[in-house]
Design a protein around this ligand. Sequence first.
Ligand SMILES: Nc1ncnc2c1ncn2[C@@H]1O[C@H](COP(=O)(O)OP(=O)(O)OP(=O)(O)O)[C@@H](O)[C@H]1O
Length: 253
Amino acid sequence: MKDSDSALQLIGLSKQFEDHTAVNSVNLSVPCGSFFGLVGPNGAGKTTLLSMAIGLLRPDQGASKIFGVNVWSNPLQAKTLVGVLPDGMSLPERLTGRELLTYMGLLRGLDTKTVAQRTEDLLDILDFRDDERTLVINYSTGMRKKIGLATALLHSPKLLVLDEPFEAVDPISASTIRTLLQSFVTTGGSVILSSHVMPLVEQLCDHVAVIAKGSVAATGPLDLVCNGKSLEESFISLVGHRPEEGKKLSWLM
Ligand SMILES: Nc1ncnc2c1ncn2[C@@H]1O[C@H](COP(=O)(O)OP(=O)(O)OP(=O)(O)O)[C@@H](O)[C@H]1O
């Protein structure tokens, strides 16, 4: 695959935390126009990998390119192309949802008219009308995810990198977000998201990577990785096994 065929290309990315290897020489390609799911057990290295991919965490080794633009040597250009929802994102807490979107839009260099229009659209579609004047510090976990997603969409990026975008989000908002992301991909956008919800990844994504212990256990088109099984079955056979049948905590009830 050529550079220009990839929305996101990770080349030999590695990260060590003291004596623990969180990500071990990962190569991954998110094809342009794909909806890509990143799955893996807790602590597999997904957040570390995505943080390095978007320029939030410096890798020990390797490179990340967004539409061929190197994230670490050309960060300004790379960051215009991507919208990011990081895990545990820290937001300016003392702004209201509306103020936050306005502030982020202006920081992105959009003109005031465009910022105002997009702020209205995002507050509407993500159901923030009753809470647009509430301070972000008082938002629930799900509301923070949604306003974080809104900030990722504001500048109309070509690639979205979303770390667990559906975590703590209510079913109605989740359905809105699914529709929004599907339409983004249909119109030529590319998405990579991490999730622990296998049916959701199976429903949305056309490509997938299974990460285990900091390495890629499998990647490719969803049907090839699944090979006739469900994603959950493939996941379990790739990364581990179910707990022993009948095993229980003797002290619990
Ligand atoms: N800043 C850090 N310092 C030390 N260790 C870290 C740090 N960040 C992550 N780790 C470790 O790196 C490993 C990978 O963590 P990471 O958060 O990337 O996993 P994950 O796949 O996103 O997990 P989850 O699905 O539970 O969110 C874990 O063992 C974690 O404890």
